[in-house]
Design a binder for this molecule. Structure first.
Ligand SMILES: [Zn+2]
Length: 200
């Protein structure tokens, strides 16, 4: 089982953990059925936005990101992301909150922030959400859709290129000066990152 929050786990470790949960149907069958029937796609992200999902960048927040479901008569569902996050961390966090938003009706077991759940359960849920988020982030089409759709909600949410997937998502269409600055500092670790498809 898992003992620490999964965001710092290497992909191989997270992947084998979550595949183990899947085999044992942890947390439950319904969750895995929902995930299978409703994969995250560019189209679903558009639908989420159309249905009223809101997005904000905020300075003073304790966590990197939040998803807050709609409250009955108070507000629409919303995602909040820490403004200081950049690159990979920002994009995985955005995907993570989108996963919560996508599955909130079909599988509330995917909540990992509820204080009502035991820590062990929250860790497993968080691992599954992060696993889904990293895979979605590594898909250029999904990454492109997520940033473009919510760029209108928070104008500071600009495309950032830092690896192969983000390059494929934005490299050709974004403002050259902004997007290609990363290339001036191209060094071995970065080339390795871009060449390897393991940047999940
Ligand atoms: Zn979460």
């Amino acid at each position: 089982m898992i003992e620490t929050w999964p965001s710092n786990l290497k992909w191989e470790k997270l992947d084998s953990l979550v595949k183990g949960y899947k085999e044992l149907l942890v947390p439950d069958v319904k969750t895995w059925v929902t995930i299978k029937e409703k994969p995250i796609t560019a189209e679903r992200i558009k639908e989420l936005r159309k249905s009223g999902l809101d997005f904000f960048l905020r300075e003073r927040v304790f966590e990197e990101g939040y998803f807050i479901p709609a409250s009955r008569n108070c507000h629409k569902p919303m995602m909040i992301i820490k403004r200081s996050l950049t690159g990979y961390d920002r994009d995985v966090t955005l995907m993570h909150e989108l996963i919560h938003a996508l599955y909130e009706d079909g599988s509330n077991i995917l909540y990992d922030a509820s204080i009502k759940l035991p820590r062990e359960v929250r860790l497993v849920n968080n691992a599954i959400v992060d696993w889904l988020a990293r895979k979605a982030r590594a898909n250029p089409e999904i990454l492109h859709a997520a940033i473009k759709i919510f760029e209108f909600a928070a104008l500071e949410l600009m495309p950032q290129v830092y690896d192969r997937a983000s390059f494929e998502a934005f490299g050709m269409e974004a403002n050259g000066q902004r997007v290609f600055t990363f290339m001036y500092g191209l060094n071995e670790p970065l080339i390795y990152q871009m060449e390897s498809s393991k940047n999940l």
